[in-house]
Design a protein around this ligand. Structure first.
Ligand code: NAD
Length: 348
């Protein structure tokens, strides 16, 4: 019997809990109960978030109005939440993953398998590391990834969408993950390309920031499509340079072009970047994130900085004018209007 714990309970974490819990209750090879680790917060009325989730079966802060399923058990104690699970679903903003992995070292089952829904990367002096690699190395477990055109609130409403699981070698484990996530309205397929799937999910957030600048400056649909096309090319080129094993076909799965489109049309990165551009870069991303996202986290600005660090360390800056320009605008070095000026430099 497989036992599942979700490490994270934000907007996507809560939707993942709902999806998974609707399946574990039906599938005979899974325990019904799904534990969800909650980063404890005190709500404005003084209540603890975990207590409210337990009482209402809703994550009132990150997914209000949606029942998670009675078999979802909120748990604020990280070690307790993971101790019995052999299937660990990681879904927190990427900046918290290193600290979480440190806390989990030696605390999980030795036969556990992981899957990361986290979009982002870790950049250190020694080089760039994907979050699934961080999890694998730190916790000594196999880790797959799940990415796709998945704006969480739409999936919570059971609107049809697709997702891609990237796995390394263990096809059997990948099939178990597909079984766990797949529903009639959430169509999951798998490909043997962890890095390709994860790079797609990570890099599209940079392109979404660019798309948001275009929207904020009211530059129109043609310009936005151009940005998306150039962004996709840079995503492919950067992924291949960093991980030569990445397959081009992965970019045509849900995790690739479909996620790029949905993130550039809707999504939080686009929304906050549009507000940044409308304000002429005078209000900071941190301020706009707090005001517009209400506790949810923006990933694209941090990812642009992390990718820029890799570009400078490797001498690749000139090959990635869009990624570089997004970093320069979001860090205040250039005005938002510079978003189309890189075009002359593009060699893609
Ligand atoms: N929301 C979406 O539509 C969506 C879709 C696909 C993928 N993702 C990805 O899923 C991941 C998680 O995003 P989300 O939408 O579930 O989260 P979120 O941005 O909605 O919420 C932030 C979460 O971080 C937690 N948190 C705050 N401070 C923390 C700390 N110090 N340590 C640990 N946790 C802390 C909060 O309690 C909350 O659960 C991200 O990588 C995101 O890119 C999100």
């Amino acid at each position: 019997m497989n036992k599942v714990t979700i490490v994270g309970s934000g907007n996507w974490g809560s939707v993942a809990a709902k999806l998974i819990a609707s399946n574990t209750i039906k599938l005979s090879n899974f325990h019904d109960e799904v534990r969800m680790w909650v980063f404890e917060e005190t709500l404005p009325n003084g209540d603890k978030l975990t207590d409210v989730i337990k009482q209402t079966n809703e994550n009132v802060k990150y997914l209000p109005g949606v029942k998670l399923g009675q078999n979802v058990v909120a748990d604020p104690d990280l070690e307790n939440a993971v101790k019995d699970a052999n299937m660990l679903v990681f879904v927190t903003p990427h900046q918290f993953m290193e600290g979480i992995c440190k806390r989990l070292d030696g605390k999980i089952r030795t036969d556990a398998e992981g899957i990361s829904l986290v979009k982002g990367m870790e950049v250190k002096k020694e080089g760039a590391s994907m979050i699934s690699t961080l999890i694998s190395n730190q916790l000594k477990i196999n880790c797959s990834v799940l990415m796709g055109a998945n704006i969480a609130n739409e999936i919570a409403m059971q609107k049809f969408s697709e997702a891609t699981i990237g796995y390394r070698e263990n096809k059997e484990a990948a099939e178990r993950w597909v079984q766990l996530f797949n529903t009639p309205y959430f169509n999951v397929t798998s490909v043997q390309d962890v890095e390709g799937v994860e790079m797609c999910g990570t890099l599209k957030n940079i392109v979404a920031i660019a798309a948001g600048f275009i929207d904020g400056l009211e530059m129109g649909n043609n310009t936005k499509s151009a940005i998306m096309r150039i962004g996709l090319k840079e995503m492919m080129a950067f992924s291949k340079l960093l991980f030569p094993s990445v397959k081009y076909s992965t970019f045509f799965e849900s995790c690739g072009v479909a996620d790029l489109i949905t993130t550039c049309m809707g999504g939080r990165n686009r929304k906050v970047a549009a507000a940044y551009a409308r304000n002429g870069g005078k209000r900071s991303f941190d301020e706009l994130e707090a005001e517009l996202l209400k506790g949810q986290k923006l990933q694209g600005v941090l990812t642009a900085k992390e990718v820029y660090e890799v570009l400078t360390a490797r001498g690749w800056v000139e090959r990635f004018p869009l990624f570089t320009t997004v970093y320069e605008i979001s860090s205040g070095l250039l005005p938002p209007s510079a978003i189309v000026e890189f075009n002359n430099k593009s060699k893609l």
